[in-house]
Design a protein around this ligand. Structure first.
Ligand code: DQA
Length: 143
């Protein structure tokens, strides 16, 4: 069983960017956390990060025939991207949306999630732990 873990714009600046909201740990710490979560669950995985909407669409498309499920934090594209929503619908793989922060208690413009409309679950406000929850949820969903 293989998962694609996809991270959107500015997540490469974790640690530096708004640490009060996103925490003090950097992106490589997040990748290590995701790696150990997947290994503990006995899952194959590939981790991606891009700041570009079209590249995120390409990565989602490449999951077709190459992954069994998707964990995605579309970051700011959550609130704008119908292209990412359509890509998730197109490949039709089970996908879980993750947000480090609790977007539901933030600004009005963060209250809509387009990619979330194609996801079977959303995990928000749990920091890095949210990725582990998403990975474990997908594992049991796929079994
Ligand atoms: C985020 C929440 C988004 O609203 C924001 O634009 C991000 C990160 C999160 O992980 O909490 O870049 O997806």
């Amino acid at each position: 069983m293989k998962l694609f873990i996809i991270n959107g714009p500015n997540l490469n600046l974790l640690g530096l960017r708004e640490p009060d909201i996103y925490g003090k740990e950097d992106y490589s710490a997040l990748c290590s956390f995701i790696e150990s979560s997947c290994r503990e669950a006995g899952l194959e995985y590939k981790i991606f990060q891009s700041n570009h909407e079209g590249e995120l669409v390409d990565i989602i498309q490449s999951a077709y025939n190459n992954a069994d499920g998707i964990v995605i934090n579309p970051a700011a594209y959550t609130h704008t991207s119908i292209a990412i929503l359509d890509a998730l619908k197109a490949v039709n793989l089970p996908a879980v949306e993750v947000h480090l922060s609790d977007i539901s208690s933030r600004e009005d413009f963060r209250q809509i999630s387009y990619p979330g409309m194609a996801c079977i679950k959303t995990v928000k406000g749990m920091g890095f732990e949210g990725y582990r929850q998403a990975i474990l949820f997908l594992k049991s969903y796929l079994e």
